[in-house]
Design a protein around this ligand. Structure first.
Ligand code: SF4
Length: 336
């Protein structure tokens, strides 16, 4: 599968020396390797078509020179952690959800892997040391502008970051995914400070709007496996889409999920409606006319677009009321 997906690998000047480069090249030995001066020569050039490139993405291996860690953004939930950060180990995602902001954020559908992993660890250590709230841990989302676990077979970043976290008592990480590939985690000892967070959508939503992702049933099987092994698991019903009969569809889905998963073993739940940076949204709308969910009469506020405030409050209240039948309210974090 991966050989088909990545027929070409672009190597930025100087990345040959990193062990992760050698691992990836070894795993994709059939790909044609092309050397480039700077990864942006490929990734950031003008006139690219994100959706066309997604059909046959190329892999670019590069070194991240700055911004190795960012402060958490207002579109994301911090789950009560005041030292909230994220990093970008990879740019772009193997999947292609209609509602994904990456389509508007990146000029290219190609995939970048930053192979200078040691620099990311050093940046994390520094952030731990200088975190503003010293009495609380650093909370770091490591699968932010990508789906790290989905790439683990080729780029073993998720398991390596979990191992790094093990030795850092003041670090909590979140690995968010739609992957059903639990196998790379099989030999990794679960850690309370490594939260595995699965995004789940009702089957009809996943089928219509989450291209290339494993089905919700497959994701639930992976979750079940990881819960049984003792991993802390977060469920993310996020983004909730305002589809026809959204209330019926989502409430039914919650019932199905908690029939299959032991609610008492779920660490917490995130619930949020569709929202996106307004500039990314404008760019996406220009590029694609094929997805009805992008053409809702959204409201814009504080450089974000989302459903009008009364609609989104109603959606969250309704769905939270449905979720508290399974989990205590304090385990449900909401974005409104
Ligand atoms: S899984 Fe997440 S990052 Fe990947 S395409 Fe879908 S929304 Fe974007």
């Amino acid at each position: 599968m991966w050989h088909k997906r990545f027929s070409h690998i672009y190597l930025e000047d100087g990345v040959e020396r990193y062990p992760l480069t050698r691992t990836i090249l070894g795993r994709l030995s059939k790909a044609k390797v092309v050397t480039v001066r700077n990864y942006k020569d490929i990734f950031a050039r003008s006139g690219q078509n994100f959706q066309i490139q997604k059909r046959s993405p190329k892999l670019i291996l590069a070194r991240k020179k700055n911004n190795l860690i960012y402060e958490g953004s207002m579109v994301s939930q911090d789950f009560g952690y005041r030292n909230f950060y994220y990093n970008s180990l990879l740019l772009n995602c193997v999947y292609n959800c209609d509602y994904c902001y990456l389509q508007g954020m990146y000029p290219s559908g190609n995939m970048v892997v930053f192979v200078n992993e040691e620099d990311f660890y050093q940046a994390t250590l520094k952030a731990i040391e200088f975190r503003p709230f010293q009495e609380e841990p650093l909370y770091l989302c490591i699968s932010y502008d990508t789906d790290l676990l989905a790439y683990e077979t080729v780029v073993p970043y998720a398991t390596r970051f979990i191992e790094f976290t093990r030795s850092q008592e003041d670090l909590v990480i979140e690995l968010r995914t739609k992957s059903a590939n639990w196998r790379p985690l099989e030999d990794v000892i679960p850690n309370e400070r490594c939260i595995l967070a699965w995004t789940l959508s009702p089957p009809m939503v996943a089928k219509a709007y989450e291209q290339l992702t494993p089905s919700p049933e497959q994701r639930i099987q992976a979750i079940k496996h990881c819960i049984d092994r003792g991993w802390p698991v977060r469920l993310c019903f996020d983004p909730v889409l305002r589809i026809k009969d959204w209330e019926k569809v989502y409430v039914k889905f919650f019932k199905e999920v908690f029939k299959l998963l032991p609610a008492e073993k779920i660490r917490d739940v995130s619930l949020g409606v569709f929202r996106m940076n307004a500039d990314y949204y404008k760019r996406i709308k220009k590029q694609r006319t094929d997805s009805d969910i992008l053409f809702y009469p959204f409201e814009s506020s504080q450089s974000l677009i989302s459903y009008p405030v009364d609609e989104r409050l109603h959606m969250i209240e309704t769905l939270k009321a449905a979720l508290v039948k399974f989990l205590p309210a304090e385990k449900i974090a909401t974005w409104t």
